[in-house]
Write a protein that binds this ligand. Structure first.
Ligand code: RM4
Ligand code: MN
Ligand code: MN
Length: 396
C-alpha cells in the first residue's frame, strides 16, 4: 500500500478505503454516443475536423474511452442521430462489438425535424402533445421504433426527454397539453416488455420558454406513478432552476423507488451540458453522499441506477472532456464513500451540525487520487487516462 493510501486509511479507516477502491472500480458509468462528436452552441458548431462525426466514428471513440478508463462499457444511443432504420441499427450492433462495448440506453429524439413525414418542421408545435393527432401518433411511433431498436441492440432502457411546451399563454390549453401528454405516454408505456424500463426526464424550460410539458421532477414522478413500475424519473443535473436542491430531489425519489438514474453534466446558467464536476464538484459529492445513505436505508444500490453522462463538448476535445468528467464523477463517488455515516448520524441526532458538517468536509477535502490510481492499477488500466489518451494520439 502506498504511503498516501496508508495516510487515507489512517484517517478514514482501512475498511472504508479498501471498499472505496473496489466500489469505484466496479461503478458502471454509461457514456453517450453524441458526446464524442462536436457539440454546438446556439450560434455555430466549431468543427475542427478531428472529432468523430459518424455513428461508427463516435462508437469507435467510445471504445477508446472504455479501453483507457474501464468505464463506458455501455454506450447511450440517440435516434435518429445514430440511425433511422433497423438496418442502421444492426450496423450499430456491429460497431459496438468491434469497439468492445455494448448498447446502453436508447434515447428517443422528438426534437430533430425529419426530412420526410409528419415529424418535420411541425415539431415546433410539439410531439407527444401536438394539437394534431397525426403528429402525436407519429411521435409515439418513433418511441415504439426505439423499443424495436432496443430489442435489436439488447438494450433494456428507453429514455424520454420531451421538447414539448409552449411559448405563449394562448398557444395551447394547459389542460389539453396534460391530457395529450398522458395519453401519448400510456401508448408508449404499453409497448414495454417485462424487464424494460422507461426513464422520463424533466426540464424547467428550453426549447419552450413559457410552459414546458414535463417541467419538474414532481410532474415526472406523477407521470411515472400513473404509468407503472417500469417507469422511473431520470434526473439531468442541468435541468433545474438555479437554486433547486438537487440532492433533496434525489433522496425523495430514491425513497419512493422512483429514481431511475442520472444524466451527469454541470451548468453555470441554463442547460449548459458542461463537463461533470467542473463547476460544482461539491454538488456531485452531496448527490453521491445521499445515494450512499439511501443504500444504507435499503433503497436501490448506486450501481443499479442508470448513471449516464449527458454532455455537449463545444470547445475541448470530446474524448478528453469525457475522461475529465469521468474523473470528477469517480472522485465525488470515492469522497462520498469515505464519509463515516454512523458518526454523521450520531452528530445529527445530537443536534450537532458543526460536527456533522466537519465529517462531510473532511471527506470532501481528502485527496482521493491515490484511491483512483489504485483502482485503475488493479484493473490493469493506465493510472492517468488523460495522459494515456494524449500519448496514444501522439502515437507514443
Ligand atoms: C436534452 C436532454 C436530453 C438530451 C438532449 C440532447 O436537454 O438533456 O437528455 O438527449 O438534450
Ligand atoms: Mn439529458
Ligand atoms: Mn439537457
Amino acid at each position: 500500500m502506498s504511503e498516501k493510501l496508508a495516510a487515507l486509511s489512517k484517517e478514514f479507516g482501512k475498511g472504508r478505503v479498501e471498499a472505496a477502491i473496489e466500489r469505484v472500480a466496479a461503478l458502471p458509468v454509461e457514456v453517450p454516443s453524441w458526446g464524442f462528436g462536436r457539440g454546438g452552441t446556439r450560434f455555430a458548431t466549431y468543427v475542427s475536423g478531428k472529432e468523430p462525426s459518424t455513428p461508427k466514428e463516435k462508437i469507435a471513440a467510445a471504445g477508446r474511452f472504455h479501453e483507457l478508463t474501464g468505464k463506458g462499457r455501455t454506450v447511450a444511443l440517440h435516434f435518429p442521430w445514430d440511425g433511422s432504420t433497423k438496418r442502421n441499427v444492426r450496423a450499430l450492433r456491429q460497431y459496438l462489438a468491434n469497439a468492445g462495448v455494448k448498447a446502453g440506453s436508447v434515447n428517443a429524439n422528438l426534437f430533430t425535424p425529419r426530412d420526410r413525414g409528419p415529424l418535420g418542421a411541425d415539431l415546433r408545435f410539439g410531439s407527444l402533445t401536438h394539437p394534431h393527432a397525426s403528429v402525436r401518433q407519429a411521435a409515439v411511433r418513433h418511441n415504439l421504433d426505439c423499443l424495436e431498436y432496443m430489442h435489436i441492440l439488447d438494450s433494456k432502457t428507453l429514455v424520454l426527454w420531451l421538447p414539448d411546451g409552449t411559448n405563449s399563454p394562448g398557444q395551447m390549453s394547459l389542460y389539453d397539453q396534460a391530457d395529450r401528454l398522458e395519453a401519448s405516454l400510456k401508448n408508449t408505456y404499453r409497448a414495454l416488455r417485462k424487464r424494460e424500463k422507461l426513464l422520463i426526464e424533466y426540464k424547467l424550460f428550453e426549447p419552450a420558454m413559457y410552459a414546458t410539458a414535463i417541467q419538474s421532477y414532481g410532474r415526472s414522478l406523477e407521470l411515472c406513478r400513473m404509468l407503472g413500475e417500469q417507469a422511473q424519473v431520470l434526473v439531468d443535473l442541468g435541468h433545474h432552476a438555479p437554486t433547486v436542491n438537487v440532492e433533496q430531489i434525489v433522496a425523495q425519489l430514491l425513497r419512493q423507488e422512483k429514481l431511475g438514474g442520472f444524466h451527469f453534466n454541470d451548468r453555470a446558467c441554463a442547460d449548459d451540458d458542461l463537463a461533470s464536476g467542473s463547476l460544482h464538484p461539491h454538488q456531485l459529492f452531496r448527490i453521491f453522499c445521499n445515494l450512499i445513505e439511501g443504500e444504507l436505508h435499503g433503497y436501490t444500490p448506486v450501481p443499479e441506477l442508470a448513471l449516464m453522462i449527458d454532455q455537449s463538448h463545444c470547445i475541448k476535445d470530446p474524448l478528453e472532456e469525457m475522461i475529465e468528467s469521468l474523473q470528477n464523477i469517480e472522485t465525488a463517488y470515492v469522497k462520498a464513500l469515505l464519509v463515516d455515516h454512523e458518526a454523521l448520524k450520531k452528530a445529527q441526532d445530537r443536534c450537532d451540525p458543526t460536527k456533522a458538517d466537519s465529517i462531510l468536509r473532511s471527506a470532501f477535502l481528502a485527496d482521493v487520487r491515490p484511491v483512483l490510481a489504485e483502482a485503475r492499477w488493479a484493473q490493469g488500466l493506465p493510472e492517468d487516462p488523460l495522459a494515456a489518451a494524449r500519448r496514444k494520439r501522439a502515437g507514443l
